[in-house]
Design a protein around this ligand. Structure first.
Ligand code: SAH
Length: 378
């Protein structure tokens, strides 16, 4: 890349206020931001010369020092069940993945917020890759752009992108500046216009991030709990040593506050055979969450090579589900989707980076053995 290219301002990923300030600073009217956003996010146009309601002189001046810079897709695939996956190259090395999970006419895009992750949850393959860097707002919003473009190509009758979950690689609350800018574009009428409730930020429990998110955004929140006691959670989710369960649950309660839009937290619980899937764990979880406004999402562990963990049997998953249900919790079991392309949670980039393809074969074998027990998609 030349220096000239590197110093151009990337207009992708700038939320409305920043874009308006950018135009005002060059002596233009604020509404230029609205026009540009509509071209980009409503029409999917990223060629300045096609933006015909911007004057020729403005287009020419923008061409000198701005650009629309997207990361490159290095690999994409559509699974037999309609799940789509993109592997996206990130400048400076590394890649992240984005997964689209259709559900009738709707669909959920699972986006990444970091290349790798610092949190090192013991059962997550992303943590095993270490941390490279935060994604920019442009790199996050580009994942929506890429998915929308692919869905548009496959025709009007297909599923629409109606929901976004930050459940790909990374911890979104440790990259909050970029995540907030991207969320703003996702939910802005001049951006992707998604309902705030249909954008979900998922966290391992980074308390200061939850506090800030409460002040600066109005989206749905998911908490990756995975254990009913601090002793067990310290092992599975090491950030628990810094922000123990009681503190995290309090921050989530405060997050809900009194707003009508935020009614409950989604509590995610990855079920790992013999580790946190026993009846006593279900009982302790029911007690812990008795007064906590939540819906419970059980995720059978998705195996990856050398994880040291096993996925519970379908019977064990159903038994855990039944117990929580008996205690009155709205509980779903997350379907493993896109198994044939390694698009299930926690399996994403690793399998592709493994040049020997050993992990693909391993995952395919385990998936074939353990398919089923599914209620809802990720
Ligand atoms: N850092 C955020 C979001 C990324 S992970 C968070 O922790 O919430 C999205 C979800 O997938 C989390 O609940 C995570 O714990 C879960 N997950 C990660 N690896 C998994 C695996 N191998 N099997 C099942 N769930 C996994």
């Amino acid at each position: 890349m030349t220096d000239a290219v590197a110093t151009k301002t990337n207009l992708i990923g700038m939320p409305r206020e920043k874009l308006a300030a950018f135009f005002v600073a060059r002596g233009e009217k604020r509404f230029r931001a609205d026009q540009l956003m509509k071209w980009l996010y409503h029409s999917g146009v990223s060629d300045l010369q096609e933006m015909t309601n911007l004057s020729r002189s403005l287009r020419d001046s923008l061409a000198v020092d701005t650009e629309f810079r997207f990361p490159a897709v290095s690999w994409s695939h559509v699974s037999e069940d309609g799940t789509r996956k993109w592997l996206i190259n990130i400048e400076g090395g590394g890649s992240v993945e984005t997964v689209f999970i259709p559900d009738g006419k709707r669909g959920t895009l699972c986006v990444s917020s970091q290349v790798g992750c610092t949190l090192d949850c013991s059962f997550c393959s992303t943590g095993k890759q270490g941390f490279q860097r935060n994604l920019s707002a442009a790199e996050i919003i580009a994942q929506v752009w890429i998915a929308r473009a692919a869905l548009a190509e496959s025709g009007e009758d297909g599923p629409a992108l109606t929901n976004v979950v930050f459940m790909g690689m990374g911890e979104p609350l440790l990259n909050l500046d970029a995540v907030l800018d991207a969320v703003s574009i996702m939910t802005d009428d001049l951006g992707y216009g998604l309902s705030k409730r249909r954008v979900t930020v998922s966290t391992a429990g980074v308390v200061p991030g939850i506090v800030r998110l409460a002040k600066e955004a109005d989206v749905s929140l998911a908490l990756s709990l995975h254990a009913p006691t601090d002793a067990l959670r310290n092992d599975l989710v090491p950030v628990n040593r810094k922000y123990p369960i009681a503190q995290v649950l309090n921050a989530c309660r405060d997050y809900l506050g009194n707003t009508a839009a935020r009614k409950s937290i989604t509590v995610e619980y990855t079920l790992i055979a013999g580790v946190n899937d026993q009846p006593e764990h279900a009982e302790a979880l029911a007690e812990l969450l008795a007064d906590f406004p939540c819906k419970l999402n059980l995720i059978p562990f998705n195996p990856f090579p050398n994880s040291g963990y096993r996925r519970p049997s379908n019977n064990a998953v159903r038994a855990f589900h039944a117990r929580m249900h008996q205690h009155g919790f709205i509980t779903t079991i997350r379907t493993t989707r896109g198994d044939d392309i390694s698009a299930a949670c926690g399996q994403l980039v690793g399998a592709v980076q493994d040049r020997t393809r050993r992990s693909d074969r391993y995952i395919a074998k385990v998936a074939a053995q353990e398919a089923g027990a599914s209620v809802r998609a990720c």
